[in-house]
Design a protein around this ligand. Structure first.
Ligand SMILES: O=C[C@H](O)COP(=O)(O)O
Length: 250
């Protein structure tokens, strides 16, 4: 699946123009951090702006180790119309802290909307910010009752997912997530050139913003429907080639 992150209602409308090429519209506020949370009314407006059959996701923020605060914020996101709730476990330094935060989120979200989808996100560049190890995320997601484990990058300085967690280690992340019956989502300045490896290792959800913004700039560029379409075409090409390769080998 392809998840695209607009930062405003205007950009969400650009996503809506490319709705046939994407699977999830992910509301965030990049100027508040990698998984910066946007306002409830923006989530609500975006939910109203994209086709009803396109799920809307919302990031709850690069959150501190404050389980009550984060659970209440997550409830705010789901009440505002998001059905995918993404939490960046920025302030959690241990697995136990992260499980505690995510358990609160899962309860808050699913008490309100049982079919909502909860994503526990860590950071590929965790070593730069001192939060939980990327490979701990599948276990954190499983123990907390989340639905997916995700990695993004915390610091958007031009380095990407594979600069911090090489493809073989991302492959291990995906394997651990699948073993725990979770979806595996990967993001972090992902480029078209990364799609071959992401497909090969079995990634379920690829998250992008910069790669589909004009000039490849996630901050000053705006999401371009034709770049979304081109990115999707490459994803589909890799998926077809991978499937054909697997069939030929068996
Ligand atoms: O969840 C996906 C992120 O918004 C990825 O953004 P990025 O591709 O600019 O790193």
């Amino acid at each position: 699946m392809l998840l695209i992150s607009p930062d405003s209602v205007e950009e969400a409308l650009d996503c809506a123009k490319a709705a046939e090429h994407l699977d999830i519209v992910d509301v965030k506020k990049p100027d508040e951090g990698s998984l910066g949370a946007n306002f409830p009314w923006v989530i609500r407006e975006i939910r109203g702006a994209v086709p009803a059959d396109t799920p809307v996701s919302a990031t709850v923020g690069d959150v501190p180790y404050k389980p009550g605060t984060v659970a209440q914020a997550a409830l705010g996101a789901v009440v505002s119309g998001a059905s995918y709730i993404k939490v960046g476990l920025y302030g959690c330094t241990t697995t136990e802290q992260a499980v505690e935060v995510m358990r609160g989120v899962v309860r808050a979200v699913k008490d309100h909307r049982p079919d909502a989808f909860v994503v526990a996100s860590g950071y590929a560049d965790a070593h730069r910010i001192g939060c939980v190890n990327p490979l701990a995320l599948p276990d954190i997601a499983r123990r907390s009752g989340s639905d997916a484990a995700m990695l993004d990058t915390a610091i958007k300085d031009g380095s990407g997912l594979f600069d911090h967690v090489p493809p073989d280690v991302c492959g291990e992340f995906v394997r651990l997530a699948h073993e725990a019956d979770l979806l595996a989502a990967l993001a972090g300045s992902v480029k078209v050139g990364d799609l071959g490896a992401l497909t090969r290792i079995g990634t379920d959800i690829v998250g992008v913003r910069g790669a589909v913004c004009e000039g490849g700039d996630r901050n000053t560029g705006r999401i371009q429907p034709h770049l979304v379409a081109a990115f999707r075409a490459e994803m589909d090409r890799h998926a077809r080639e991978h499937t054909a390769g697997v069939a030929a080998a068996s």
